[in-house]
Design a protein around this ligand. Structure first.
Ligand SMILES: Cc1cc2nc3c(=O)[nH]c(=O)nc-3n(C[C@H](O)[C@H](O)[C@H](O)COP(=O)(O)OP(=O)(O)OC[C@H]3O[C@@H](n4cnc5c(N)ncnc54)[C@H](O)[C@@H]3O)c2cc1C
Length: 404
């Protein structure tokens, strides 16, 4: 009897969870996980939160302990780059060693930080994607007096909170009128802006960075459009992520804003699957294709991909879920809303302790709980119900979400 061999490219959360799901479902063939990082698979959210602030130990970020891979007969090859996929011979080429044959292949190559033109990783500018980036920032926060953060996205705001916690002066430069305004709308975005300002961050909004100059000796200089300059000890760039789709593209798979997969996470080649940040997946619950760069997606998609690799017919239709922690604010967001959705809130935005809902055609399509921890399931149920809600009741904390 021939033994099946499943190869997983990318040793991040999605790659590691795919290997685990295959074993959990009883697959007893060969599993090879190939990743270009030196570390075994780890989770990235702590890198801008509790690991960055020194509250969590290094060991706590890993997906599995070091012994797990051998114990589950998973051949983990770290520090190895996959350089190509040949779908005819069903092999992947690697940076060191012979090509690796596969029966089924999983793409879990994730994303990389988007680089600011002229201030790439090689210039001394700081980025945050990998464990070593978080280590480097921790070291920076020990010695720096002042940093400039280019970009006020989720990761930028979390880095700002960690830096302030370490007593570092922070300037955030954000081209939009408010950080996160496109995702959250004005009222809720203002809560996140106020939080940063309350904690002493200098928030420069509505202004673009024209150039970043980094000098290892004297620090960094950020030039704004209009001519003003901001000098600091270092510049941290947080302008989003780019999906690592080059391998898929070169292999002739359908790629548009990520690797296109069906609701069962199959690519245009039935022997190749994609999970995590790179998967632009049909989501039956949303009735559309969606790619999200969220931890929960990388955690939960692998079980569906693994089931289907083993001949099943499962679909992934969870609602997107995201969370953040900044200073005293903890928040969860579930669902998917376009930037121009109507926003209804209930509770106290100033405290902050509130719920927010994004509505399309009178129906709740996304919801957020800020420092309220017992309403998550009710928000999900409201979105799933697909019913038109009474907006006055939705805003009233005395009305149960089941009755709006
Ligand atoms: C600092 C930070 C904080 C975050 N915080 C949150 C949060 O609070 N909440 C949330 O929901 N999400 C958060 N995210 C996003 C979340 O971490 C990602 O969605 C998740 O990591 C995606 O997992 P993945 O396995 O798909 O990809 P990745 O984690 O990117 O893993 C992919 C791996 O594949 C490797 N790889 C790529 N190409 C190759 C190749 N050719 N050969 C070999 N290996 C390759 C990559 O180097 C990487 O190691 C955060 C991300 C970062 C960076």
């Amino acid at each position: 009897m021939t033994v099946s061999k499943f190869v997983i490219i990318g040793a991040g959360l999605a790659g590691a969870k795919t290997a685990q799901a295959l074993r959990d479902k009883g697959f007893d063939g060969q599993i090879v996980v190939i990743g270009d990082e030196v570390e075994r698979p780890y989770e990235r959210p702590p890198l801008s939160k509790e690991y960055l602030t020194g509250k969590a130990e290094r060991d706590s970020v890993f997906v599995h302990d070091a012994a797990w891979y051998a114990e589950h007969d998973v051949d983990l090859r770290t520090d190895t780059v996959v350089t190509g996929i040949d779908r005819v011979s069903k092999t992947v080429s690697v940076s060191d060693g012979d090509p690796v044959a596969y029966d089924k292949l999983v793409l879990a190559t994730g994303s990389r930080s988007r680089e600011f033109p002229g201030a790439g990783r090689d210039t001394g500018a700081y980025y945050l994607r990998r464990l070593e980036d978080s280590d480097r920032l921790r070291e920076l926060f020990r010695v720096a007096r002042k940093i400039v953060l280019v970009g006020g996205g989720w990761i930028g705001l979390e880095v700002a909170a960690a830096a302030r916690g370490a007593g570092v002066e922070v300037v955030i430069v954000e081209p939009e009128e408010l950080p996160l305004i496109r995702i959250l709308g004005r009222r809720v975005a203002q809560v996140f802006a106020d939080l940063q300002v309350r904690h002493g961050v200098e928030l420069r909004t509505g202004v673009k960075v024209a150039a970043v100059e980094v000098d290892a000796g004297s620090g960094a200089l950020v030039r704004l459009e209009g001519g003003e300059t901001i000098a600091a000890d270092a510049v941290v760039i947080g302008i989003g992520a780019v999906p690592n789709t080059e391998l898929a593209e070169a292999a002739g798979l359908s790629v548009s804003n990520g690797v296109e997969v069906d609701a069962g996470l199959r690519t245009s080649d039935p022997d190749v699957f994609a999970v995590g940040d790179i998967a632009n997946a049909e989501n039956p619950a949303l009735g559309r294709r969606i790619r999200v760069e969220h931890w929960a997606n990388a955690l939960n998609q692998p079980a569906v991909a693994a089931a289907n690799m083993l001949g099943g017919d499962e679909v992934y239709q969870r609602l997107p879920y995201f969370y953040t922690d900044q200073y005293e604010l903890g928040m969860e967001y579930v669902g998917y809303a376009d930037g121009d959705a109507d926003v209804v809130t209930r509770g106290d935005l100033a405290k902050p302790e509130f719920l927010a809902f994004w509505l399309e055609d009178g129906k709740v399509v996304a919801g957020m709980n800020v420092n309220i921890w017992d309403q998550g399931d009710a928000i999900k149920a409201l979105i799933a119900s697909g019913r038109v809600v009474d907006q006055a009741k939705l805003a009233d904390p005395d009305v149960s979400l089941a009755d709006v």
